[in-house]
Ligand binder design. Structure first.
Ligand SMILES: CCCCCCCC/C=C\CCCCCCCC(=O)OC[C@H](COP(=O)(O)O[C@@H]1[C@H](O)[C@H](OP(=O)(O)O)[C@@H](O)[C@H](O)[C@H]1O)OC(=O)CCCCCCC/C=C\CCCCCCCC
Ligand SMILES: Nc1ccn([C@@H]2O[C@H](COP(=O)(O)O)[C@@H](O)[C@H]2O)c(=O)n1
Ligand code: MG
Ligand code: MG
Length: 215
């Protein structure tokens, strides 16, 4: 949903910045790589120590590169198959670091086995959500459904909640429960999304088989 409705807004806002980077001679691939490296570092340096506020600020600064790289490639007319592969593959790396960093916190000083398991569920189910589409497309099926919780939702829900929960260390009361609630929402929502996509691909596969038999 966010991917559909927020993308146009962010394209307008980020286009001048993307043009500036192109004028400076920066390539879309460099933005993809630096954005991922920054997101991974932010997640793995801050989250396992329970520093959710600074972790979220760092990740948020870098994760917007994922909207800038494609914008740059389109403006420069250099959109490519390699670029699409690099973008999607490094998305998975950043997602793994974000939910892995949260799982490490709960496995360590956060000391909560259930929330550690839910963070791992978010990590695994989020990767499977993306895999369903990639595998369907490789089989020639469109997987023509977004589903309840796509990547933009997974990240916005988790990062907004982590950032606000992090304010607890500055003395803000009652915010620390936001992150556990967000992890439950993302975990359950991602499992539902996997099922939605699997059912869609099942229908598309049967329709394609029928069409092939009738032709
Ligand atoms: C008091 C403080 C309150 C703070 C409130 C902040 C509110 C912010 C609210 C909203 C921000 C909305 C941001 C919405 C951005 C959505 C943009 C978008 O559409 O992005 C789409 C993009 C996915 O694009 P790709 O095509 O590159 O990726 C594809 C995707 O990965 C597919 O995965 P799948 O969905 O299938 O699982 C793959 O299948 C496909 O291969 C792949 O190509 O998403 C992104 O790029 C992610 C950008 C996310 C932006 C995150 C923004 C973080 C926002 C808020 C952080 C707030 C921090 C608050 C700190 C508070 C501190 C007090
Ligand atoms: N290094 C890159 C990154 C992206 N692309 C192209 O942009 C598309 C993704 O657009 P986003 O707005 O989601 O970033 C991707 O499919 C590629 O076509 C690129 O060429 N090089
Ligand atoms: Mg991108
Ligand atoms: Mg991306």
């Amino acid at each position: 949903m966010l991917n559909k409705y927020a993308r146009a807004f962010f394209t307008r806002v980020l286009t001048p910045f993307a043009s500036m980077l192109l004028r400076w001679g920066v390539s879309p691939d460099a933005v993809t790589l630096i954005g991922t490296a920054g997101s991974v570092a932010g997640a793995l340096v801050f989250f396992p120590r329970g520093e959710f506020f600074w972790g979220t600020i760092t990740i948020t600064l870098f994760i917007f590169s994922d909207l800038v790289d494609g914008n740059m490639a389109r403006q420069a007319g250099t959109s490519s198959t390699w670029g699409a592969f690099l973008d999607s593959t490094l998305d998975r790396v950043a997602d793994a670091a974000i939910f892995g960093g949260l799982a490490l916190w709960y496995a360590g000083r956060g000391d909560n086995d259930l929330l550690c398991a839910i963070a791992v569920l978010c990590l695994a189910s989020g990767q499977v959500v993306s895999y369903t589409k990639a595998r369907a497309e490789s089989l020639g099926l469109p997987c023509d459904v977004s589903g309840l919780v796509e990547r933009a939702e997974r990240l916005v829900i988790t990062l907004v909640a982590a950032g606000l929960s992090g304010l607890h260390t500055f003395g803000v009361p009652y915010v620390e429960w936001l992150l556990p609630v967000a992890l439950w929402l993302v975990g359950v929502g991602s499992v539902i999304t996997v099922l939605q996509r699997m059912l869609t691909v099942r229908r598309e596969a049967f329709e394609a088989a029928l069409a092939a038999r009738d032709s």
